[in-house]
Design a protein around this ligand. Structure first.
Ligand code: PLP
Length: 378
């Protein structure tokens, strides 16, 4: 029996039973290469087309605007590098300073090759203010990338307003929705984005599968050259089982969205109630955030030590800082929101999922109480 209390859903999620069942036939029975012309390949080809339609309908896109990838990292890299390379070196990129490393390191790579990249800072509350974006836009800005929801602090950005500003300056707008898809409503038409990254393993789909939404007419170069798969934009034999599993998982999550959100809110409240007399800061609590994701700072504590003590109790959580041999390294996200280093050191991330129970929320709170009150008595 699995006795682990898993509260790190922002890191990854369990594959749903329905997704697993939907994936199995494509691994051993129907293993034909979807690109082959014979009838044995017809079913996998059809399965991919249906998955593309399902995913498109989940995010308000057209099926031929969905491009399958190996996950969030690849989608982000394609969006950044593909648009940079599609315009001349005078074309600049503007991204938020607390993007996931998949965006930031893709930007560093294009910057090293001569494309100018500039960064916009969030407020202390973790918000990218549209007027600040407006001020930073120049006639050279061609691509803007701002994540829909941050993976450490969970804050949800005003993507619609930000995309409008990018468009007012004739720039393309990309959003990394890896933490958002399947957890909050995501509709590319409502948001007005040109590109959107998602990753299956964040919404109970399989690892190593994701997609990039690319609005028709967006200037971007192909990501992989080879066979003509993915409309000639991303070559390589398709991960049929992964794609099918991703579509099933996304649809399942989208259908259960309201119910899951209500449950997660209850779990959050219960957990916070259980630690209410402890000295802690609930980071960016006044801003809209991902349901179930709590960024908590315990002053004068060490987040990494809390993580390991929780681990000994069979509870999986995450942290916003890590110690190397000499010092504590504060995450770029906490640095971007200008969190005091002493507070940042004691920051943990708890990301609850729909499968967590109220009893588990109580156990997490009890675990934190044991650690923090024990520390307070030292
Ligand atoms: N973007 C964000 C916001 C993420 O949280 C992650 C993963 O943690 C990624 C991108 C990378 O996704 P993947 O693990 O599918 O490569």
């Amino acid at each position: 029996m699995n006795t682990v209390i898993y509260a790190d859903h922002a890191a990854t999620t369990r594959l749903s039973d329905k997704a697993l069942q939907a994936m199995l036939p494509w691994l051993q029975e129907e293993y034909g290469n979807p690109s082959q012309p014979y009838s044995f390949s017809r079913k996998p080809k059809k399965a991919i087309a249906e998955a593309r339609e399902t995913i498109a309908s989940c995010i308000g896109a057209q099926p031929d605007e969905i491009f399958f990838t190996s996950g969030g990292t690849e989608s982000d890299n394609w969006a950044i590098k593909g648009t940079a390379l599609s315009h001349g070196r005078e074309g600049a990129l503007l991204v938020s300073a607390f993007e996931h490393h998949a965006v930031l390191r893709a930007c560093a790579a294009v910057a090293a090759d001569g494309w100018p990249v500039s960064y916009i800072n969030p407020t202390k509350d973790g918000i990218i203010i549209p007027e600040n974006l407006n001020r930073l836009m120049t006639t050279a800005t061609r691509t803007v990338s701002i994540m829909m929801a941050n993976n450490e602090i969970g804050i949800i950005q005003p993507i619609k307003q930000l995309a409008t500003i990018a468009h007012d300056h004739n720039a393309i707008f990309h959003t990394d929705a890896v933490q958002a898809a399947g957890h909050i409503p995501v509709n590319v038409e409502d948001l007005g984005v040109d590109m959107l990254s998602a990753s299956a393993h964040k919404f109970n789909g399989p690892k190593g599968t994701g997609f990039l939404y690319i609005r028709k007419g967006t200037k971007i170069i192909p990501h992989e050259n080879g066979g003509g798969q993915e409309f000639g934009q991303r070559a390589g034999t398709e991960n049929v089982a992964g794609i099918v599993g991703m579509a099933v998982a996304l649809q399942e999550n989208v259908e259960a969205l309201d119910r899951n959100q209500r449950h997660l809110k209850k779990l959050e409240d219960r957990l916070l109630q259980g630690i209410q007399d402890l000295p802690y800061i609930h980071n960016c609590a006044c801003q809209p955030h991902l349901p179930g994701l709590l960024s908590l700072s315990f002053p004068r504590c060490d987040g990494e030590a809390i993580l390991h003590r929780m681990d000994l109790m069979g509870i999986c959580i995450s942290t916003g800082s890590a110690c190397d041999s000499k010092r504590t390294v504060i995450s770029h996200v906490l640095q971007a929101i200008k969190m005091d280093e002493k507070i940042a050191r004691g920051t943990i991330r708890i990301s609850l999922g729909p499968e967590n129970t109220l009893e588990e929320a109580d156990a997490i709170a009890a675990g934190l109480r044991r650690i923090i009150t024990g520390k307070m008595q030292q």
